[in-house]
Design a protein around this ligand. Sequence first.
Ligand SMILES: NC(=O)C1=CN([C@@H]2O[C@H](COP(=O)(O)OP(=O)(O)OC[C@H]3O[C@@H](n4cnc5c(N)ncnc54)[C@H](O)[C@@H]3O)[C@@H](O)[C@H]2O)C=CC1
Ligand SMILES: NCC(=O)COP(=O)(O)O
Length: 333
Amino acid sequence: MMQTKAFVISLGDPAGIGPEITVKAWLARERESLPPFFAVGDIGSLAAVWDGPVVRIDNADEASEAFNEGLPIIHLPGCDPVQPGNPTLDGAQCALNALEIGAGLTRSGGARGFITAPVSKHQLYQVGYTHSGQTEFIAERCGVSKTNAVMMLAGGDLRVVPVTTHVPLAAVSDLLTVDLIVARAHATVRGLRRSFGIDRPRLAVAGFNPHAGENGALGSEEQTVIAPAIERLRAEGVDASGPYTPDAMFTPRHRATYDAALCMYHDQALIPLKTLFFDEGVNLTLGLPIVRTSPDHGTAFEIAGHNQAHPGAMIAAIKMAEQMALHRAAARG
Ligand SMILES: NC(=O)C1=CN([C@@H]2O[C@H](COP(=O)(O)OP(=O)(O)OC[C@H]3O[C@@H](n4cnc5c(N)ncnc54)[C@H](O)[C@@H]3O)[C@@H](O)[C@H]2O)C=CC1
Ligand SMILES: NCC(=O)COP(=O)(O)O
């Protein structure tokens, strides 16, 4: 019987909770009807938290068949011994190598999609990483510009897109331009069509200031940048509305009126998403030639190795990767 290709999961920082939530997702594979997946990372990071079956593979094509025997892994040496909760620079390099190999395997068609377990940006920066996150790294490896690769977080009935991502809050106002908001909105619309099957996505655009600026009395970004961007988008046929008062646009009533909220900065987008849907929140990248998802949370070093990590977001990331892959295949016909 011909086996379908498997999804690849980079294990992230070996001392974080990535290995544990990957193992827990594998243990839940039947209950959750998960598609086959395999890990790429240090096999020692699995052994440090689990003594269940692991199948070492050399080639992505072996993964689907091995999946029911044990958690398949392409082993990357170099960060032994792994101590959960104690990150090291070798471990950060290992996480970076896993990211590189996972992106390459997916890009070349060896895997159906790419799921990234959490890395520590602080640790990565110390081994010479210059991207602000995994999103930008994967975009570059796929030959996609940073503007066209859009970070989206999704959980429950909420999807949010931060227009600016990993930048200091003090820099956000200067970074917000009509062109940037319009580009992110178009990439979001294309992504919602292609990967979620939403024909005419409705975008709700957040203001930036308290009360969306109170007609300029509490800040001018709404008048100078955000409203003109919405106007241009509407003229270009996008169903965009706003700028909405940020503190009131995530109520259940308001959420029912849009498919994605375009937010001006990281926490404006991620605080509502994680507050409402932390254990099922998925971070995904739109605009790539490959499917890429990730759990919404980080490395949680303080609980690593204590069997306290909830696997819900990782399971949701695997399921969403499969849904996205199916939508994209259907769109290709
Ligand atoms: N996708 C990624 O690669 C992400 C990486 N990070 C990285 O993670 C590191 C730590 O960041 P924090 O802001 O502390 O966020 P975090 O998500 O690691 O932790 C925040 C809180 O949530 C808890 N938590 C996280 N995931 C959990 C789970 N699955 N089950 C139970 N509790 C969980 C933690 O114990 C902590 O109390 C940073 O270095 C950051 O760069 C943060 C977010 C996403
Ligand atoms: N807060 C989201 C986050 O840190 C994940 O970003 P990325 O590493 O997937 O770009």
